[in-house]
Structure formats: structure tokens, C-alpha cells
Design a binder for this molecule. Sequence first.
Ligand code: ADP
Ligand code: MG
Length: 265
Amino acid sequence: MKVSAAGVSVSIDGTPILDGVTLTAAAGSVTGLIGPNGSGKSTLLRCLYRIIRPQQGAVLIGEHDVWQVPARRAGLLRAVVAQDQELDNDYTVRDIVAMGRIPHQRLLERESATDRAVVDEALARVGIEWAQTRRFATLSGGERQRVLLARALAQGAPVLLLDEPTNHLDIGAQLELLDLIRDLGLTTIAALHDLDHAIAYCDAVVLLQHGRVVAAGEPAAVLTPQHLADVFGVRAAVTTHPLTGRPHLVFAAAAAVLLAEEHAS
Ligand code: ADP
Ligand code: MG
């Protein structure tokens, strides 16, 4: 299902945070939200998943305006893995994944056989079924992220919204999680910090600065040395990744490049 935002603006206490953000994510594609700290990535995701109501503009999932449909219906449209989620220490892994079924259940309804089967499948999909009776609090960072992804999968929504899903993970766990996300085939919008991950895993990226879209489109067309200098204040060069043959970015602080140029001349 396609996701689109049109002219989304948000101010908090009179400070503009998002200013007329427009984007489209094609059905089944992976879109990266890129931008410096404070550029508005998390706020934009919160607008998409119905936590912050934009003062202007609209967010559509398929044909549905996420701010017009009932909350339960929104739960069937999109699933979320937010950042640093606080969860009660006593929940087991299975309890947490089972929470993904809530939008499918009536109030106080018991888990159905279908719910149980979907939870089993979600646990298996992310490879965490062995830990289902463990308390969530006892898991490593990478395991927790997989559990939260399993909860999102159990929700069965066609759209997945992720806020820095690889944060705090070691490099192996990062690549494993991104591979898994890519293979799901869902319409995915993810705030990402690592620009090489954006190139390797995203069909499109949206580059944000000060709550505005600077550029959007194919990763290699957006993550150009000029854009990276303008938005991140770094010198960047595009090389070829020695292992994958894909475009690969290397960076230097602007000052370091000046120094090297002085030495060379
Ligand atoms: P990012 O995820 O790109 O780092 P955020 O969306 O978290 O950026 O934040 C964008 C800007 O909005 C930042 O300047 C942040 O301080 C501000 N901001 C976000 N949420 C709030 C809030 N609840 N109250 C005040 N300012 C906020
Ligand atoms: Mg953020």
C-alpha cells in the first residue's frame, strides 16, 4: 500500500518543526528518511503513525487519511517500531509480540487460534522463537529490535514505520536486521543514520533539513557530495564499495580536507 504525505506542517509551542513536507512511498518499497539530528525525521514518522497531528497537510495510507480513520483501523494500516520504547519489565517476548494482535481483537477478547498462529509465524520470521518465554528486559539490543519487529509483523499491517531501527546494534546485527526488513516486502519508511545503509537497502530516500525536504528520489541521486556538504557540513566522495560494487560514501570533516589540500599544494 502506498504512503503519501502532502504539505505536512507541525509547530510545537510556536516553533516550526516540519514545514510543508511532501513525500510518496511506493507500495512495497523501502524509503529512508535521512537528515541531521533534529531535522524532523522522528516528528515526521510520528505524523505518519498518528501520534502527532499535523496542523496542516494530510497523510494517506493507500486511500485512507490516517487522521480520519478510527484508531483501530489505523492499527490495521501501519505498524511501528519507535525508538527506545519503554516496556514493562515483566512482559515476556511472546506477550509483547501478541500485543500486535490487539487491533484485530474486540475489547477483552481472548487470543484466538489465528492470533496464536500469527504470533508463532512472526516469532519464527525474525528468528526469535527460541526466546519466547524470556522476559523482554533480559534480551540484548539486537534481540529486542527483532522482538519489536515481530510485534509489528503480528499486526499484519501493509506499512511498516521504523525510527532508527539499527540504533545501538553491532554491525552484524544491523545488516541482519536490514536484510530481514528488506525481505519482508512491506511498504517501509525508516529513519536511518547510516547513509551507506540507505544506499544499500533503500529504493528511495528523503533528505530532510530544518523540517523541510531538501531532495527526494533514488539514493545515489539524493546523497550527492553537494547535498551532503549543504546538509551535514561534511566533505563526501562517492566511491565503489570493494565488496558489493555499489556506490559507497566516504567522509571527511571539511577542515581535514582543507588541511590535506594545503599540504598537497
Ligand atoms: P530527528 O528525529 O531528525 O533527530 P526530531 O523530529 O526528533 O528530529 O526533532 C526535530 C526538532 O523538533 C528538534 O529541534 C526537536 O528539538 C524538536 N522537537 C521534537 N519534539 C518536540 C517536542 N515535543 N517539543 C519541543 N520540541 C520538539
Ligand atoms: Mg529522531
